[in-house]
Design a protein around this ligand. Structure first.
Ligand code: E4P
Length: 214
């Protein structure tokens, strides 16, 4: 399973990169707004740190403008993946950019038919948002499971990127279902390595050792 970090913060990206297990980065307009920095400049900085796919979301909502903005973002670096919403215009833009060899990440996916349509249009990634579905009492991981079945039924090559991950259990469920990628905030990446028995065990080992030899 590939691991992306979901942030536009350079310190977090460097920290995750230094762990040695980071495959890519996703950003979105809210994450960029939090940083208060020019989007293009920040994307260039991220692409210098991480050589894997870096998702750059378009702000435009209409087809022509989406394609234009997507092409502009794709020129920043060869690892940029253009992120588009799963709207009708987004679908058309996905097809146009994919036909030109520009990779796309289709975002804000909340139902499996959106995922099937963007796969037909040649999307590189589809981003089902599981945490936001859970927030409204729907089953986010069930959506991942449905998309996995549909993609396997028809041999679609689009990668399932589990997004809006809130905790390690989301990651576990996505890994068991067979999501190709998960994009995760830094606090959850750290939680993936935590267990109280690990901490307690380590403490006891050191106490025993120090008692015997200190
Ligand atoms: C994915 O690309 C999105 O940036 C992200 O996962 C959204 O997560 P949120 O629901 O925690 O904002």
């Amino acid at each position: 399973m590939e691991l992306y970090i979901d942030t536009a913060n350079l310190d977090e990206i460097r920290e995750a990169h230094d762990l040695g297990v980071l495959d890519g980065v996703t950003t979105n307009p809210s994450l960029i707004a939090k940083e208060g920095i020019d989007y293009g400049k920040r994307l260039a900085e991220i692409c210098e740190i991480v050589r894997g796919p870096v998702s750059a979301e378009v702000i435009a909502l209409e087809y022509d403008a989406m394609v234009k903005e997507g092409k502009m973002r794709a020129e920043i670096a060869d690892n940029i993946v253009v992120k588009l919403p799963v709207t009708v215009d987004g679908l058309k833009a996905c097809k146009a950019l994919s036909d030109e060899g520009i990779r796309t990440n289709m975002t804000l996916c909340f139902q499996s038919m959106q995922a099937m349509m963007v796969a037909k249009a040649g999307a590189y990634l589809v981003s089902p948002f599981i945490g936001r579905l859970d927030d409204i009492s729907q089953d986010g991981t069930e959506l991942i499971s449905q998309i996995r079945t549909i993609y396997d039924n028809y041999g679609f090559a689009t990668k399932i990127l589990a997004a809006s991950i809130r905790h390690p259990k989301h990651m576990l469920e996505c890994a068991l279902i067979g999501a190709d990628v998960a994009t995760v905030p830094m606090n959850v990446i750290k939680q993936l390595m935590q267990h109280p028995l690990t901490d307690n065990g380590l403490k006891k080992f050191l106490e025993d050792y120090n008692k015997a030899f200190a």
